[in-house]
Design a protein around this ligand. Structure first.
Ligand code: SAM
Length: 264
């Protein structure tokens, strides 16, 4: 591991707004002491809503939302500490009491939050996981996970992505499960007539800027997640994102991928 990374990890240990719980730490300590008490333990007793950014990378979205909504509390979550370090340092330097970062795997969310403890989720530029539906952050497996920590009514999920594949998959997943995506746009920056999306446009993540620089369109959708007994995984042919595995500017012929049915 590079010295730079080691130094970042050491700094992270000392930052008061960073909580690190890999599998081993959870198992040893018998669970996460923050579960059910995020407001008191991480946000100095602030009563506001709790909003998560999943796969936050450097945390641009977490910081941007927290600045705009000082009455709410924000947690950026990622497995990669060296990326999160950047956002955590900025939040600490600006003394942003409504920002925390949690270093862990998204699959462990239920170990960190009580049912209904989280009000809203942002998923910003995740890997579309074109090969494995189970790994997509908007697959039915993750929907079941999210509905376990969001309120029974009105828990909102936002997805911002460059990926036509993930956008199409998510739209289809919502359609077959009878959930409405609203608002929903395949070209966020062209759709300027809808001023309710101004804030979504105003905050750009590191990856978002890279995709915009390459001339790609950004897609955004949001939906209210209502819990259900069983989730239906869509069975559709979705065209792959040809640009992902090739160099800048180079495109390949797209091949379709079949999405398989899975359980809950
Ligand atoms: C493509 S990057 C996007 C980062 C940031 N949202 C942005 O737009 O700049 C995806 C991020 O998700 C994180 N990630 C992927 N799978 C994860 C998981 N299972 N648990 C936690 N973080 C994950 C990666 O470490 C990475 O930082």
């Amino acid at each position: 591991m590079s010295r730079n990374k080691l130094q970042k990890f050491a700094e992270m240990e000392a930052l008061p707004n960073v909580f690190q719980y890999p599998y081993a730490a959870l198992a040893e300590g018998g669970g996460c002491p923050l579960k059910g008490r995020w407001r008191e333990a991480a946000f100095g007793g602030r009563p506001g809503r709790i909003v998560l950014e999943l796969g936050c990378g450097r945390g641009e979205y977490t910081l941007g939302l927290a600045e705009r909504h000082p009455d709410a509390n924000f947690v950026g979550i990622d497995v990669k500490g060296a990326r999160m370090w950047a956002g955590a340092r900025v939040a600490a330097a600006r003394q942003m009491g409504n920002v925390a970062f949690l270093r862990t795997d998204i699959e462990l969310l239920a170990s960190f939050f009580e049912p209904g403890e989280v009000d809203e989720l942002w998923i910003t530029f995740p890997d579309p996981q074109m090969q494995k539906a189970r790994k997509r952050l908007t697959s039915t497996r993750f929907m079941a996970l999210y509905s376990g920590i969001l309120p029974q009514e009105g828990g909102r999920v936002h997805l911002k992505t460059d990926s036509p594949f993930l956008f199409a998959y998510t739209c289809e997943m919502l359609r077959v499960n009878q959930l409405e995506a609203a608002p929903c746009t395949a070209d966020l920056y062209a759709d300027t007539a809808d001023t309710s999306l101004d804030e979504v446009r105003a905050i750009r993540t590191h990856y978002e800027q890279q995709w915009l620089d390459r001339g790609l369109t950004i897609k955004y959708l949001s939906f209210c997640l209502t819990p259900r007994e069983a989730w239906i995984e869509p069975e559709v042919e979705i065209e792959r994102d040809a640009y992902r595995s090739y160099g800048r500017g180079q495109l390949s012929p797209a091949r379709p991928v079949r999405s398989r049915r899975s359980s809950r």
